[in-house]
Design a protein around this ligand. Structure first.
Ligand code: MN
Length: 233
């Protein structure tokens, strides 16, 4: 029988590393968060703490049925994670960020499309969640309850990333290294797209190119993760 406590220890270790890697890459700053699914009913995420300060002792186990195995205050936006895990059984890790280069694409009609092979996982234009459409005007833009979390998960659909108008973005993946890779390269793709737009209309990856590139580059994620991880140790 596999030693599940060893697996959980590895997951906690990876989750702490992802917090620090994403701060080093300016995807997270004093805000934003990363989580990892443990099983069909629960996920791990830090207590309400700046990602750069997160240690293994700060991780809380949240149950999708409700309840947290900790008395410490959770993040206000834990509902982002709970509702996406509920809606997407395939998702095993989530990054929510306010990273600066992606934000403009949630504010205009300019589509956030993949313009480089490393961001081929974006697929077609990325969907935009506008909280006014979901729950009405006058919110603080934060996803602080189940209804907002469900609306965000609905906008995400079966995609890898959802933009959040005036707020940030949320990336999902099948593992902590994969979602870390996606969050970092989504931000890089946004920087490249911002540099391209003043020069003319960008040529996005075609759906066929996105599909082919995602299949081949998916095998390279461990290489990126190992380099990023060694840089923060
Ligand atoms: Mn937020």
């Amino acid at each position: 029988m596999p030693d599940q406590s060893a697996d959980l220890s590895d997951l906690r270790d990876q989750l702490v590393a992802a917090n620090h890697i994403l701060v080093a890459h300016r995807v997270l700053d004093a805000f934003g968060h990363v989580s990892a699914r443990v099983d069909e009913d629960s996920f791990l995420i830090s207590r309400n703490l700046a990602p750069g300060s997160v240690t293994a002792d700060d991780l809380q186990l949240h149950h999708l049925a409700g309840g947290v195995d900790s008395a410490e205050r959770p993040y206000l936006e834990t509902h982002i994670h709970a509702e996406i895990y509920r809606a997407r059984p395939d998702v095993r890790a989530i990054v929510h960020s306010h990273s600066a280069s992606i934000l403009p694409f949630g504010l205009t009609d300019t589509a956030f499309v993949p313009v480089m092979h490393m961001a081929s996982f974006l697929g077609d234009a990325v969907p935009v969640y506008d909280q006014r459409d979901a729950v009405g005007d006058g919110t603080d833009l934060l996803v602080t309850d189940e209804a907002r979390g469900r609306a965000l998960a609905t906008t995400l659909g079966d995609r890898t990333l959802v933009l959040m108008r005036g707020h940030g973005s949320t990336a999902v993946g099948g593992s902590i290294p994969e979602v870390t890779f996606r969050a970092i390269y989504a931000e890089t793709n946004a920087s490249v797209l911002l540099a391209t737009l003043p020069l003319g209309s960008p040529v996005a990856l075609s759906p066929a190119e996105s599909s082919t590139a995602t299949a081949s580059i998916g095998g390279q994620i461990a290489r990126a993760w190992n380099v990023w991880r060694s840089a923060i140790d």
